[in-house]
Design a protein around this ligand. Structure first.
Ligand SMILES: NC(=O)c1ccc[n+]([C@@H]2O[C@H](COP(=O)([O-])OP(=O)(O)OC[C@H]3O[C@@H](n4cnc5c(N)ncnc54)[C@H](O)[C@@H]3O)[C@@H](O)[C@H]2O)c1
Ligand SMILES: [Zn+2]
Ligand SMILES: [Zn+2]
Length: 377
């Protein structure tokens, strides 16, 4: 195969526990409502790790990465919303824009999306191997590649002033975390909140809580470094996740228990404890995604008696075409300091080390830079 603009390097999941492979793949032709995007930055998210480590069953080969941003290179004849040269954030939940939930403005609950099958809307793939076989891309994106082909509904234009690493994080952690606060939970100024798990998603929840003026805000993590970062991102208190007095300490800080508790890890034990961290009438919001098949026992008398709610949160209950530009504006106006979430910046070559950063639970979000001149320092 002759390398050309339609041939890209991609980092590919083959089997659980194996390092990601390095493949040269062909991109599908840009037809109908498809868009080719030259990727400029990708965050490395806990959901990528779920696949790499086998928590979520996936068939290899699969181009990994779902938190990305880039520049539109070519559009199909049916595309109206974006043009070549536009800066776009990719949505890992390409909505169909036609089903009942999409029509009702609930795009994150789209009934027809094929993104969870790791394909394009028509069931084909944006990547093709040298021998001509289809290569699926995680959540239909596959951002750990030089370029990708996605449906128009997955490529949302944002202002040029948003640096690519920030734009990449808007593609998952930020929209999920800020949306969990604003859309899913509807936190109001002065409400109390607990954030259990202060990695990339939990850090974005903390910024969301700062945006709406929650207080007090209790951060919980096992890592001292993550707790120190959480304080910098607005937590008023920090508690260690293995503290046997965690529930009592949260009650002491918040009065009767928090108005809102967010779990951003995806572990049965921390999801199970969540309702006991909220007070009467409080909400337990599950943002972290466990391994497939995990179930959690709940004290249902406590839920009834305390009038507590347990809410699942998918993509921060967000509509990408509305929320990506809105979050970008909040960043550009200085109200949402998203640069503070960008951690170590590395390259596609070092993607396996970036996955190790997640395993170590250290620092801020590691971001892969793709192409040149992408970080407006
Ligand atoms: N709901 C959604 O739409 C959505 C979107 C993105 C990510 N996620 C999920 O969110 C979760 C977190 O993703 P991330 O990228 O922030 O991961 P991450 O690895 O960066 O963060 C996880 C954090 O949890 C902490 N932690 C682990 N065990 C703990 C314990 N017992 N007590 C307290 N803290 C503990 C770790 O130290 C780490 O700081 C993952 O499950 C991911 O799949 C969900
Ligand atoms: Zn993610
Ligand atoms: Zn739909």
């Amino acid at each position: 195969m002759t390398p050309g603009p339609q041939t890209v390097r991609a980092r590919v999941f083959n089997a659980p526990g194996e390092a990601l492979g390095d493949e040269e793949l062909r991109l599908a032709d840009v037809r109908d409502d498809l868009v080719r995007v030259r990727l400029r930055a990708s965050g490395v998210c806990g959901s990528d790790l779920h696949v790499a480590d086998g928590d979520w069953i996936a068939q290899g080969p699969l181009v990994l990465g779902h938190e990305g941003a880039g520049i539109v290179e070519e559009v199909g004849p049916g595309v109206g919303d974006v043009r070549p040269g536009d800066r776009v954030v990719l949505s890992w939940f390409a909505p169909c824009r036609r089903c009942r939930n999409c029509a009702a403005g609930l795009a994150w609950l789209c009934q027809n999306t094929r993104a969870l099958e790791n394909t394009l809307p028509d069931g084909t793939t944006g990547f093709i191997s040298v021998d001509g076989s289809p290569v699926p891309a995680f959540l239909g994106l596959g951002t750990f590649a030089e370029a990708t082909v996605v449906p128009e509904s997955a490529a949302v234009k944002v202002p040029d002033g948003v640096p690519f690493p920030v734009a990449a994080l808007i593609g998952c952690a930020v929209t999920t975390g800020v949306g969990a606060v604003v859309n899913t939970a509807g936190v109001r100024p002065g409400d109390s909140a607990v954030v259990v798990g202060c990695g990339g998603v939990g850090q974005a929840i903390l910024l969301g809580l700062g945006l709406v003026g929650a207080d007090p805000v209790v951060a919980v993590d096992l890592s001292e470094e993550r707790l120190a970062l959480a304080r910098e991102l607005g937590a008023t208190h920090a508690l260690c996740g293995d503290d046997p007095d965690l529930v009592d300490d949260v009650r002491t800080i918040t009065g009767d228990g928090a108005d809102h508790a967010f779990e951003a890890i995806g572990k049965a034990a921390t999801i199970g404890v969540l309702p006991s961290l909220v007070g009467r009438g409080g909400q337990a919001v599950i943002v972290g995604m466990p391994a497939e098949g995990v179930t959690v026992p709940l004290d249902t008398f406590d839920l009834d008696d305390g009038g507590k709610r347990v809410l699942g949160c998918n993509y921060g209950s967000s509509v990408p075409s509305v929320d990506f530009p809105k979050i970008s504006r909040l960043y550009l106006s200085g109200r949402l300091p998203l640069d503070r979430l960008v951690g170590r910046v590395t390259t596609l070559d070092a993607v396996n080390g970036a996955l190790d950063d997640l395993r170590r639970a250290a620092g801020l979000r590691t971001v892969i830079e793709q192409g040149e001149d992408s970080w407006a320092r």
